[in-house]
Design a protein around this ligand. Structure first.
Ligand SMILES: [Zn+2]
Length: 430
């Protein structure tokens, strides 16, 4: 049985309405982001993202697919790394289809005990995706059976995902959530799968869903209309106004299917600085936004997708002033033209860019180069030969999986936890 560290527990079912409900973040970069067309992450990169999300103080990472054979070694290794303290105690949760077979596979082959179970709920998808094989009642039955299987298998928290919720009849969504609650689910995920909601529609629909279903709601928004962040915030406020904790699903840099998901940092900054949320002290006190810059840059490199110049908070121009009036105003008082500070996000330290000789460690690296990198990047002096040989093999395998020289985070993970990195880079059971 996994232990949930003190203070980071699951919100117990039945906690019900809160006197002062809060907003919590469930980042889905390692699931929704990773399944994006044309791009993807190596298991070692997903692991470092879990570490960095933990350092940022995010509540939960949806870290993969526990029924999928190639995810299993990575998921179990990450849970073991968390038990060792190498991943801060955020909740590591897996995504499954809401069918008993997926749940059983997940619980049998992994030690993942936090699950989100997903099934389509809109008439559009029941008719055209399921080819009318399942009625609304049958969808409720499949979802209930999956929740029962998860409970019986020892799941510690369960979210039920209504795929295409934004095109689902609200009364049916309420019935879906109420049924899930009766079977022991802890949250319902409102998936704006097509990104078709706007802030006004989603506020109203999630407010009705939370009140009627009697559960905290996760807002899961896509960006097809360019409103994923706005819709997520409005949806969360709708849930809070119903008296329940709200959860926002995000990805780092907004990476996700088609036009992407709600960007993590944009949502955090909106809740901290925008008038509708700012005065309500909604943010989880564990959050440390000074880690945002490192998370954004690591993830951009891992996906091979550069951060746009105008990206919120972490773009190259987010704190740049050139035009005369703006530069003059910012120099007199940065508050004239800046809503928040760059050091609030971990920016401001001068970066070092090697322009001369640089020794990297990667797929074709050797022992001497590795010893040099260990000393200069990690401060390791005169490591034993055997340890260097073992590390070198893992470095080569890791670099093969990421197709890049190793970052400091990756190298540190290999050096400190070679036994748990091995399954990440070989995909063999730990
Ligand atoms: Zn999605």
């Amino acid at each position: 049985m996994l232990t949930v560290p003190h203070g980071w527990g699951v919100h117990p079912k039945g906690e019900g309405r809160k006197a002062v409900p809060r907003v919590y973040f469930i980042d889905v970069t390692n699931r929704d982001g990773d399944q994006t067309a044309r791009i993807g992450l190596a298991k070692l990169q997903k692991t470092v993202i879990n570490q960095l999300l933990g350092e940022l103080g995010i509540h939960q990472s949806e870290f993969g697919f526990p029924f999928s054979f190639h995810e299993i070694p990575y998921l179990n290794a990450n849970l073991a790394l968390q038990e060792r303290g190498a991943i801060r105690p955020l909740i590591l949760e897996g995504w499954c289809r809401a069918i008993v077979a997926d749940v059983k596979l997940a619980l049998e082959h992994t030690r993942v005990r936090h699950l989100n179970l997903s099934i389509s709920t809109s008439d559009q998808m029941l008719q055209s995706k399921f080819r009318a094989r399942y009625s609304r009642a049958e969808v409720l039955k499949m979802m209930s059976e999956a929740v029962d299987a998860a409970k019986q298998g020892g799941a510690l928290s369960i979210g039920v995902n209504a795929e295409d919720a934004s095109r689902t009849d609200v009364d049916y969504l309420v019935e879906f959530a109420g049924t899930a609650r009766a079977h022991g689910a802890d949250r319902v995920r409102y998936c704006d799968t097509l990104g078709c909601d706007d802030p006004f529609s989603i506020y109203d629909r999630i407010n009705r869903l939370a009140k009627g279903g009697g559960l905290p709601v996760e807002a899961h928004c896509h960006n097809d209309l360019g409103m994923a962040v706005a819709a997520s915030i409005a949806g969360a406020l709708g849930c809070l106004d119903a008296g329940y904790d709200a959860y926002i699903n995000t990805t780092v840099n907004g990476i996700g299917e088609r036009a992407g998901n709600a960007d993590l940092l944009s949502c955090l900054l909106t809740i901290r600085h925008a008038p509708s949320a700012q005065s309500r002290e909604l943010l989880d006190p564990r959050l440390d936004l000074t880690k945002a810059w490192r998370l954004a840059t690591y993830t951009a490199n891992a996906f091979g997708v550069p951060i746009p110049l105008n990206q919120v908070g972490v773009g190259g121009n987010a704190f740049a002033h050139e035009s005369g009036i703006h530069a003059d105003g910012a120099l007199k008082d940065r508050r004239n033209y800046e809503l928040y500070d760059c050091d609030e996000l971990g920016r401001g330290e001068p970066g070092v860019v090697e322009t001369g000789r640089e020794i990297l460690t990667g797929t074709h690296g050797g022992a001497a180069g590795l010893a040099h990198v260990l000393e200069t990047r990690l401060g390791v002096q005169d490591p034993p030969d055997e340890r260097v040989r073992e590390t070198l093999q893992l470095v080569q395998l890791a670099s093969l999986s990421t197709q890049a020289p190793l970052t400091v985070e990756e190298l540190r993970l290999i050096w400190e936890h070679p036994d748990l990195v091995r399954p990440l880079v070989t995909l063999a059971a730990p």
